[in-house]
Design a protein around this ligand. Sequence first.
Ligand code: AMP
Ligand code: GLY
Length: 425
Amino acid sequence: MRVLLIGSGGREHALAWKIAASPLLTKLYAAPGNPGIGREAELVTLDIADHAAVARFCKEKKIDLVVVGPEGPLVAGIADDLRAAGIRVFGPSRAAARLEGSKGFTKDLCAKYDIPTAAYGRFGDLASARAYVEQMGAPIVIKADGLAAGKGVTVAMTLAEALAALDACFDGSFGQAGAEVVVEEFLVGEEASFFCLCDGVTALPFGTAQDHKRVGDGDVGPNTGGMGAYSPAPVMTPEMIDRTMREIIEPTMRGMAELGAPFCGVLFAGLMITGEGPKLIEYNTRFGDPECQVLMMRLKDDLLVLLNASADGQLAHTSVRWRDEAALTVVMASRGYPGTPEKGSVIRGVEDAAGDGVEIFHAGTAINSGALVANGGRVLDVTAVGGTVGEAQRRAYAALDRIDWPQGFCRRDIGWQAVAREQAR
Ligand code: AMP
Ligand code: GLY
């Protein structure tokens, strides 16, 4: 098979690494990719926003499957345009990607299909949003409706914070994404990420993970795209997975089909496991980053077989096997992240740090005069497997400590909840 992978982060490096291991693969291209992905794929320069150009490339290179990593191109309708040109795609249509692209859309779907989620209101103007927030009181959660690169959510512990967040949305801080606002009840519980491969009809459970969104040890400081993750998530017991499928995922699949937007691709449910059971915090319509990295380390099966089954509507006849081991990834970020990261600092020792059961996925890296340099906020994902989360954690940090990059930083406590659980046993 000839495959084109779209994206350039650690998620896409992990996908490229796993796709490259498939006996079905004859050629892998990645656009734009990064230096790590460049070890697995031929990197190509394509304007991803120009769907006609991407389709031309696919025709010319006889691409059998396009795998779309990030949400941006999906929300912009790349899957629709490629399918219209007769090209097979792993990823949802623009209409189905509204599950990620519009928080209000998803909340309305939940209301219509009785899917457990936080109580909410949708507002298009400041005055009515303020009135609702004042009536509900704090803690309360304020969300810009559209895509805001993970920065559109404020979990406000005080009324003042909540009102300031509303002002920011309606001031245009998030551009069009903040023109409409969702205000939500504050949920209490443990968060988990749950993934399903979907083919429009069938949703196949595809692993669990927990990530660490805050920048600092002990889960403090500003939100990031994720500073580390581990899989599996201990809270996602077989019973909890069954409930999540029945109460959240299956009604979503039915609802999307009824709306004429059947969901194909990977559905990533951000869950809060509350005293009453699983509740949906949000959907993403792509793999998590860095959750994908730990899933790929644990996946026993051929990823291309699974992506094909999803693209061809064959998931009802497909199963997935996982390694028994846990996997854990630690993100190394460039100083300044999640604000403005420093770019261009030289990173040494990456090749030597990887090894048995340890993979170092590249995210924001580049090559400058032959040297590997930082080229973004999240730069490397040091990922290890182990018999327990604790063992995976020790191996990941041992590898990370061999990397020579003074301008980089990481959290030192990735996996702490799971490790504490293991130690209490
Ligand atoms: P989101 O971008 O929707 O994933 O939100 C970012 C983070 O905000 C989530 O991972 C949660 O930690 C938190 N969050 C979002 N919605 C709620 C909620 N209704 N109650 C409590 N925490 C929330
Ligand atoms: N790590 C969270 C996300 O990919 O949205």
